[in-house]
Design a protein around this ligand. Structure first.
Ligand SMILES: *[C@@H]1O[C@H](CO)[C@@H](O)[C@H](O)[C@H]1NC(C)=O
Ligand SMILES: *[C@@H]1O[C@H](CO)[C@@H](O)[C@H](O)[C@H]1NC(C)=O
Ligand SMILES: *[C@@H]1O[C@H](CO)[C@@H](O)[C@H](O)[C@H]1NC(C)=O
Ligand SMILES: *[C@@H]1O[C@H](CO)[C@@H](O)[C@H](O)[C@H]1NC(C)=O
Length: 358
């Protein structure tokens, strides 16, 4: 066994294409860093990620919405910068501060931090904070961005918000989010609604009226849940918008990333026949499992055609539980000749060896 591994390593090192000067090895953050929301910030020429703080570890004191921020100049490694905002104690949000995302404000004035949180009634809602500085401190809005007020299904919360700015339509901003249907056995729809130009206000608060982009297929790999949406606009190249999402449950080995595409934002979404595109390997030797909740961004430093997918994964094969740590991971995506995104790392599993920054 050892001998054959040694032989394989030798063969690989002879046949592998030359590695560029920039390389990385997963994980990029080897501590609990779930639900990474990442962006590239042109003014500071840095990549930034925020992540859910589960009240574990030195940087996450408790479930108080302070959200750690990390930065990177080249995606080879990330450094802790600070927390996005002070502990949130007297606003509408009370607990379950999840899934932060940092975005440039669509009106060009500073930055927005989107996140999930439970309100006083115990319902999961979507919140927004703003700052003129990418690293904060962010100031939370007095009111939630959106809560579910649908009288037909009042106990279903809203989670996992993302921002999409439609460059083909005067930079019109949209909020895309998940109806948390798997919490009560109803569909976990990914929905969309338009936002104000400062991305802090939704005028149509009736979730029933919002367009559904995709929903979970219980008989597929997705099972009860589709969540963690992220839209990447590739219309100028392949002609498609891509909606990356996670399916199955976050606390199982088979949590995975899938993708859907459409030529139009509000309708016509079809899921990839190759889903899930990122998933655990077949062997119990897999170093990482349950990959999901990705951000997909251009690598503005190398300017390559491939896209950087930053996501979280559990460490080891059989570890996922609701409490196990999720590390921050990177792998690259390319758009194939049929116009479908696929992982550059051939078999679609989280990479474990040294990889090139593309
Ligand atoms: C979280 O910690 C901060 C200080 O570190 C404290 O002010 C706040 O009350 C705590 N919140 C909860 C919910 O325990
Ligand atoms: C933004 O944050 C960085 C890092 O904390 C700090 O060096 C810088 O002075 C801040 N800029 C402003 C405008 O607050
Ligand atoms: C953001 O836009 C909304 C809707 O136009 C407006 O009511 C609100 O005052 C704006 N917020 C800020 C901070 O300008
Ligand atoms: C939300 O919209 C639906 C469908 O248009 C309607 O039946 C329902 O009464 C609305 N709910 C509220 C709280 O306005």
């Amino acid at each position: 066994m050892l001998l054959s591994i040694a032989l394989l390593v030798m063969l690989l090192s002879i046949t592998a294409t030359p590695i560029s000067s920039l390389t990385y090895t997963n994980a990029l953050i080897s501590t609990d860093a779930p639900d990474p929301g990442c962006m590239y910030d042109p003014p500071t020429k840095q990549f930034y990620c925020a992540h859910t703080c589960n009240g574990e570890g030195a940087l996450c004191t408790n479930d108080s919405g302070n959200f750690p921020i990390y930065s990177s100049s080249d995606l080879t490694s990330f450094s802790y910068v600070g927390v996005a905002q002070p502990p949130y104690t007297d606003g509408w949000a009370k607990d379950r501060f999840w899934a932060p995302e940092l975005h440039t404000s669509p009106n060009g004035e500073g930055y927005v931090l989107f996140h999930t949180a439970g309100n006083e009634e115990g319902n999961l809602c979507l919140g927004v904070s703003t700052s003129m500085n990418i690293t904060g401190p962010y100031t939370p809005s007095d009111e939630p961005l959106l809560c579910n007020s649908d009288e037909h299904n009042p106990n279903v919360g809203l989670i996992d918000s993302t921002l999409f700015v439609d460059k083909d339509d005067s930079n019109k901003p949209y909020l895309i989010y998940k109806v948390d249907g798997n919490s009560n056995g109803t569909p976990s729809d990914i929905k969309i609604v338009s936002l104000s130009n400062n991305a802090t206000f939704v005028s149509d608060k009736n979730v029933t009226n919002h367009v559904t982009l995709i929903s979970n297929d219980v008989n597929s790999w997705e099972g009860p849940c589709t969540e963690g949406p992220w839209v990447y606009d590739d219309r100028s190249k392949s002609g498609y918008l891509f909606l990356f999402y996670s399916g199955s449950m976050y606390n199982v080995v088979s949590y995975s990333v899938g993708v859907a595409r459409s030529k139009s934002l509000l309708h016509g979404w079809e899921k990839s026949p190759h889903n899930p595109i990122l998933h655990v390997g077949g062997s119990e030797d897999s170093g990482f499992s349950g990959p999901g909740h990705c951000s997909v961004i251009e690598n503005e430093i190398t300017d390559g055609d491939e896209l950087a997918m930053i996501y979280h994964a559990h460490v080891g094969y059989n570890v996922p539980t609701v409490d196990s740590e999720r590390y921050l991971m990177l792998d690259f995506v390319r758009i194939n000749e049929e116009g479908w995104p696929e992982m550059v790392n051939g078999d679609g599993t989280p990479s474990e060896d040294e990889q090139e920054i593309l």
